[in-house]
Design a binder for this molecule. Structure first.
Ligand code: TYD
Length: 392
């Protein structure tokens, strides 16, 4: 793997700090990103043990976002209509935002974060609170294979891709399909969204890389849909190679050609990206500096893992941002890792109290702008770093 980006020393992005622990030294790791010339995979160089990230205290709940709830609901409808699956497995079922759209008898969740698995178990959805691997696959599908496996924003968090796909291959019925959904590398590079890289996001997938990884397991992509989720994601429809029920659609070639045209197969593309990231850092820092000089009241909106990466990389701390608003109960009252900015319970923005908000959850920009239309009407502004740092 050849390194192309250095995002400095970073804490674990989802390790929100309790007030009593503010003085404790945080565990940090070197966040660097590299490109594998052989299979085109882009991944972080140093990984953190999974147990440190996905445990009993995972803060993110998919159901808390309207955008995500709608995206899962729409997809579930399509799945029922086109594929009529009798047995579905979801890998990374989180708090059940996808599962809950299906009959309890037809679906099984896999969620190693115990605090989240508890929520779906309580609602009587069969959920295995374990990491996805071959042993678990054998346990779940020893007697009956799944005709649909779904996984959103999860497989890119798992280091051993071979183990994942071996297990999927085992669990999937002969004509079964796998639907994967993850941030798209092409969107990430085009948007200079370097904050997609953090401890949990071991990979940001491209179609060309995924194709290479799947080849080994006789799995093949037969359709790709671009979605708006998380700033631009791809939904990959995958089947076993010998399954002739589904033809490979034109969308696959189209996406691959788009990626090749942009140069996702070339190291020079990533070097260019890296210099754009360094420029972005300078610009963002200067914006915060200017706002500080103007004595404006600046807060953060959406205490995301992504914000953690951006703020630590750009050295923007509590001296520039008073506090963050977030809707997630787990995060409220805690502090952002590294920058140690306080997270408060979300209130609708009010221009009398806030001049400008840093859009930490830029991937939910549309949802947020709709919610804060009064703030915007009364002259309130946002700072975003995507695709280039600016005030909007
Ligand atoms: P997410 O997009 O998953 O980011 P990451 O994976 O980088 O952590 O998280 C979105 C965060 O933003 C989550 O903590 C909830 C918060 N949020 C708000 O506070 N208000 C909102 O209106 C929205 C859409 C999100």
């Amino acid at each position: 793997m050849k390194k192309f980006l250095n995002l400095g020393s970073q804490p674990l992005a989802n390790s929100y700090i309790k007030k009593n622990n503010l003085k404790n030294k945080e565990k940090k790791f070197k966040l660097e990103v590299g490109f594998n010339k052989k299979n085109y995979l882009v991944s972080i160089v140093n990984t953190v043990p999974k147990e440190k990230m996905f445990n009993n205290e995972y803060p993110y709940k998919s159901s808390e976002s309207k955008t995500m709830r709608k995206s899962f609901k729409d997809l579930a409808k399509k799945i029922k209509k086109y594929y009529k699956p009798k047995f579905i497995i979801e890998i990374g079922s989180n708090d059940g935002a996808f599962l809950k759209n299906f009959n309890k008898k037809k679906v099984v969740g896999v969620e190693p974060c115990k605090n989240l698995a508890k929520l779906t178990i309580k609602k009587k959805y069969k959920t295995y609170s374990e990491y996805w691997n071959l042993n678990l696959a054998k346990k779940i599908t020893n007697s009956k294979k799944a005709d649909l496996i779904y996984s959103a924003n999860t497989l890119s968090h798992i280091k051993k891709l071979d183990e994942i796909f071996r297990a999927i291959n085992y669990s999937l019925s002969r004509n079964g399909i796998l639907i994967l959904e993850d941030p798209s590398l092409l969107s990430c590079i085009k948007n200079v969204a370097y904050d997609q890289f953090y401890c949990e996001h071991i990979y940001v997938f491209s179609a060309i890389a995924l194709k290479n990884v799947l080849k080994k397991f006789n799995l093949e992509i037969f359709d790709i849909q671009n979605t708006k989720t998380h700033g631009g994601s791809n939904r990959y429809f995958i089947k076993k190679k010998f399954n002739k029920i589904y033809k490979v659609k034109k969308s696959v070639r189209k996406e691959i050609n788009r990626e090749l045209k942009f140069g996702l197969n070339k190291f020079s593309t990533y070097k260019k990206f890296s210099s754009k990231v360094r420029e972005s850092k300078k610009k963002l820092f200067n914006i915060f500096l200017k706002l500080k000089k103007e004595k404006l009241k600046v807060i953060g909106y959406g205490a995301t893992a992504k914000s953690c990466t951006v703020l630590n990389y750009c050295q923007v701390g509590a001296n520039f941002i008073d506090y963050f608003y977030d809707t997630t109960s787990y995060k409220i009252g805690r502090y952002l890792p590294g920058s140690k900015i306080k997270i408060k319970k979300y209130k609708k923005l009010n221009k009398k109290k806030v001049d400008i908000a840093f859009l930490g959850a830029w991937n939910f920009k549309e949802e947020i702008f709709k919610k804060e239309k009064n703030f915007i009407k009364s002259g309130g502004k946002f700072i975003t770093h995507i695709p280039t740092p600016k005030i909007i």
